[in-house]
Design a protein around this ligand. Structure first.
Ligand SMILES: [Zn+2]
Length: 368
């Protein structure tokens, strides 16, 4: 069982990011982990994060959803968690997959304000309403977990039809790229030039949420768009295409920064998809695809969401600007496109659970 638990934690890890181009919700991890009534299990369990990721996948009809975890540091010394769970939390923070902080509530509302992402938590954050009026006014910014089908469900708060939030003036901080000079900073170090979290803002000054140091402005952050990959019925990978340069996608691109689809392909698909199959570029607000493959690429162009596609084949060297609802087929069953276009072109494959590896037993251990 221990082995299966670590497989479930590994699967969960694939769904974590602090890159705001890719994240689709901010998760208040300690609130979820300590919510024993969610599954009737032990007092604290990291596997509950997996239940919530699955619930979010169903809520958004997106089986490949990525979440931005913010973790109360007290959780890493919580006696109710196993030593393995605590080690995993610390590793996620060291790898820049989660923020581990002594105080999380004000940071969670700050990230939500700057990015416009929804928050998954049991907290209502009402005490921050004076600083952030949308907390009490805008329906659906908060997703409260409750016990439900498949382990957990999410309820939109405040109630009402969810609407987009007004863009915060603080969002301007995302137009720049920032650098933290602390040694090996996992969030704003040299390895994360553009795929960054939002800085903390203290009196309008950007600081590192982990180290508290003032961040250095290292230039313009190019616009970016999240691209989703579907293989068969399941949403698989997610990657960012940035206006700073082209992104190579294929079975196994030579470009080390390329997107490697190989691990997700079956034998037939692997035979059709070239090592470097296509190149994506972000020009203005549109993706441009260039075929670089042996067997060709097909653009599935649509006039509107859910419309049947018209197939436009591209052969090597041909390029095409994608419309808002267009997707790209590398071979039958392997498609990619912007998240809205992908979600409108299928059911999203929300049944691709991160918890499939987790034994039911692990969630039902009696409290000690
Ligand atoms: Zn730092």
């Amino acid at each position: 069982m221990r082995f299966e638990v670590s497989r479930a934690l590994d699967a969960m890890e694939q769904r974590l990011t602090t890159d705001i181009t890719l994240a689709q919700a901010v998760v208040d991890v300690a609130q979820i982990v300590r919510y024993a009534d969610l599954d009737g299990g032990r007092t604290a369990s990291l596997l509950r994060l997996g239940l919530v990721v699955d619930a979010l996948a169903r809520h958004l009809h997106d089986g490949g959803v990525l979440v931005y975890p913010v973790v109360d540091r007290a959780l890493t010394s919580d006696l109710e968690l196993t030593s393995n769970e605590k080690m995993v939390l610390r590793r996620w923070a060291d790898d820049g997959l989660a923020e581990l902080l002594p105080q999380v509530e004000d940071r969670i509302v700050e990230i939500a304000d700057i990015t416009g992402l929804p928050v998954v938590s049991r907290d209502d954050f009402a005490r921050f309403g004076a600083a952030y009026p949308w907390i009490s006014q805008v329906p659906g910014w908060l997703l409260a977990p409750v016990p439900g089908i498949g382990g957990a469900a999410l309820i939109s708060r405040p109630s009402g039809t969810p609407v987009p939030r007004p863009v915060s003036p603080r969002a301007r901080v995302l137009e720049r790229s920032w650098r933290c000079n602390a040694f090996e900073c996992p969030l704003f170090g040299p390895a994360r030039v553009y795929d960054q979290p939002p800085p903390r803002l203290r009196g309008g000054v950007p600081i590192c949420p982990v180290h508290g140091q003032q961040l250095q402005d290292v230039g313009l952050r190019p616009p970016a768009v999240a691209v989703a990959v579907r293989v068969g019925e399941a949403m698989r990978g997610r990657f960012a295409v940035r206006a700073s340069g082209p992104t190579v996608v294929g079975r196994s691109p030579e470009d080390p920064a390329g997107v490697r689809l190989g691990p997700w392909l079956d034998e037939r698909a692997a035979g059709w998809v070239s090592r470097s199959h296509l190149v994506l570029e972000l020009q203005g607000d549109a993706l441009v695809v260039t075929d670089t493959s042996t067997n060709g690429t097909v653009v599935l162009t649509r006039n509107g969401p859910g419309e049947p596609p018209q197939r436009i084949p591209l052969s090597r060297g041909q390029r095409r600007r994608l419309g808002q609802w267009d997707t790209v087929e590398l071979t039958e069953g392997v498609t990619l496109g912007t998240l809205p276009a992908m979600l409108e072109s299928s059911d999203g494959g929300a049944d691709d659970s991160v918890m499939s590896e987790a034994p039911t037993m692990a969630l039902r251990l009696p409290p000690r």
